[in-house]
Design a protein. Sequence first.
Length: 555
Amino acid sequence: MMKSRRYNITILSIFLIIVSGCDLDRFPLDRPSSETFISTPDELEAAVVGLYQPFWFDADGANWINIYPLFDVLTDIAWERGDTKFQQIGAGIHDVNNYFASMVWNRSYLAIGRCNYLLDNMYRVQDLVDESTFEAAAAQAKFIRAFWYMILTELYGDVPAIFNTQTLDEANTPKSPKDVIINQILDDLTHAEVLPEIVPESSRGRITKGAVLALKARVALYNRHWEIAANAAKAAIDLNVYQLDDNFENLFTNSGQVANTEIIFDIQYDRVNRYHQGPMQFNTRMTQGYSTKIPTQSLVDSYECIDGKTIFESPLYDPEKPFENRDPRLKHTVVVPGEIFGGYQFETHRDSVKIWNYNTTPATRVDNQDVLNPYASFSGYCWKKYSYMEDGLAWNRSRLNFIFIRYAELLLIHAEAKGELGQIDADAYKSINDVRRRVGMPALQGLSSTEFVQAVRRERKYELALEGHRLFDIRRWKIAESVMPGPLLGRIPDGLLASAPYIDENATPNYESVTNRSSMRIIEQRLFNPNRDYLFPIPRLEVETNTALEQNPNY
């Protein structure tokens, strides 16, 4: 955990007050003045700590759940039951008053403002700290500012480019072209490469050179700078600091995250100062979960069989045993009917009103809340990622870290960029095949550039579900207009699909040929307007108060 003096609450609180925009006296007696902060090494350290605070961005302002994985509930692979601000965007019925879109905008600029403040004021301590400390503080600020501008530009497109602390007179700032901002943050990330490759355990959670290179690769990939993406990803790979964990599920357990060399950048939690309710939101009803954020039938059916073929093509697929002989990541990611989870038999067939409780000796039959409870999973499935509970306290006070960047994503960035460049060489195959081999899936070979890129896209869906990448992927690939509109489907409540659906090149199922498709549960009907919905709306209040700011098209 990020312990030590970095968590001096008094110093951190002072910094948060200063950068929040509150009016301070010129020389207040009870706290540092905005005219003199940052003036000591301790204040510089407190300012750096304050840069990290926005990463613990939760959806309702409390210790609930980190926002980044929740981007997936706005896509084809997931759904949110209980929060209409998410539902509205996923369903395509949101407008300029959408609270979620406003939260992301406001949090991003809050974080950017803190970075600007540090960069504009840290000169006061340049002669009081050693050069490496000074450079590391600036590098962390540039990384974090780049991260939040990545969020803004991917979700809203052109946005105000604010790279210095603003005065009130400068508040009316127009949009800058997205490309201009991307070039600036790529340059910032190049400067941030001065950070160390490894930090001591006492600084766990701090940004490293590998995290900088990985974010640079991600930003470049998102914006079709293929060569920059490929080179940055390769540079991070060649650090030889990271490797894939042999056990995929380790990544999402408390013990497995300790000193895990696959994790490049994650957000640290404990049970005292920072915790979340991920297990409560994701888990099954039998394990005290609320099942509010759930995977869809479309995600479940997209996973290949263990021979590397889709369930539509593979002779290993049995419609009567649909979860057998499948890519192991399906069951690492999703709790599927028929398995044991949390000591209970998980079953969502509507006739399974009693199930086995294996937490008792001998096992006993108990009422099945995953069928009887009216708010049980609407799709018939639950998430396994981020649902881990080491004990009863973890249900609503989980200390499991949320992963923002990991080595598997870095390998897939490298593979995709190489594919887009038409450089399908041994390095490119190694990157994607290492990810597949980790879970026992067969290696790919002999693909054209187009086939290779499509394979990487599918691999990102299998590997990274519920890690916040899907929303950005379906937008940058311009497939959201294909995968989002129409009925969002769950399992057949009292049976199974009669046959496998057709799976297209993006690993998206099409159920037209399935004879009992009409029995599938329709969770909601979704819309997607390609002339509008590739971007979020800019919050109404922002457009009204900043007269130089134009709303995004068709809102």
